[in-house]
Write a protein that binds this ligand. Structure first.
Ligand SMILES: O=P(O)(O)OC[C@H]1O[C@](O)(CO)[C@@H](O)[C@@H]1O
Length: 182
C-alpha cells in the first residue's frame, strides 16, 4: 500500500468512527462539562495525551480544568466532573475513582470503546466510541489503539467547538487565554 493510500484509509476510518458516535451521548457529555465546577481529566498513555490536548482547549474556552496526575491538580469538590478516557476500559484505575467522586458529590463521565456494561454503569454519563483499541478486533490498518485515540481527539475537539458556539466564545477570546510568555 502506498503512503498516500494509507493516509487516505486512516482518514476514511476516522470519518467512519466519528459518524457512528451518538449525538445524544456527545451532547450529554457537553452538558456535564458546561455545568461542572471544575473538570478533571484522567487517562493513561495516549488516551492521557489526548486528555491533555482537550484540557488545553477547555482552558482556552474559560473552563477550570485539571489533568489527573499533574503536580498542580487540586482536590475534587462537590459539583466537579471527572472525565475518564480509556479505549479498552481496562486500566487498573479506570473504574476505581467513581465511588470516591460520588461520595464527594461530584459527577463522572467515561469515554470508551469498551462494550462492558458493568463498567459503563459506574459512570453518570458514557460516550461510546466504536473504534479499534489494543483490546478489541475491529478491523483497521492501524496498530493498537490508534483509531480510538485519533477519533477521540476529533470527537472531543468537536464537543469543545460546540460548547464555544453555544456560549458565543470568539476565536479572540480563546486566544487571549493562551499562555503568553512564549
Ligand atoms: O485507552 P486505554 O485502553 O486505557 O489505554 C491507554 C494507554 O495504555 C497503554 O496500554 C499503556 O500506556 C497504551 O498502549 C495506551 O495508549
Amino acid at each position: 500500500m502506498k503512503i498516500n493510500e494509507i493516509l487516505s484509509t486512516v482518514s476514511k476510518e476516522a470519518t467512519e468512527v466519528c459518524s457512528r458516535v451518538s449525538s445524544t451521548e456527545l451532547e450529554q457529555l457537553a452538558q456535564e462539562v458546561e455545568k461542572a465546577g471544575s473538570i478533571f481529566i484522567y487517562g493513561n498513555g495516549r488516551s492521557g495525551l489526548v486528555g491533555k490536548m482537550i484540557a488545553m482547549r477547555l482552558m482556552h474556552s474559560g473552563y477550570r480544568v485539571h489533568v489527573v496526575g499533574e503536580t498542580t491538580t487540586p482536590a475534587l469538590e462537590a459539583g466537579d466532573l471527572l472525565i475518564v478516557l480509556s479505549g479498552s476500559g481496562k486500566g487498573q484505575t479506570v473504574g476505581s475513582m467513581t465511588d470516591k467522586v460520588a461520595d464527594i458529590g461530584g459527577r463522572t463521565a467515561l469515554v470508551t470503546a469498551s462494550p462492558d456494561e458493568a463498567l459503563k454503569a459506574q459512570f453518570d454519563s458514557v460516550l461510546f466510541i466504536e473504534a479499534s483499541t489494543k483490546s478489541n478486533d475491529i478491523p483497521t490498518i492501524q496498530p493498537l489503539g490508534n483509531q480510538f485515540d485519533q477519533s477521540m481527539h476529533l470527537i472531543l475537539d468537536a464537543m469543545v467547538i460546540h460548547l464555544n458556539a453555544v456560549s458565543g466564545k470568539s476565536r479572540e477570546a480563546l486566544k487571549s487565554k493562551h499562555f503568553n510568555l512564549e
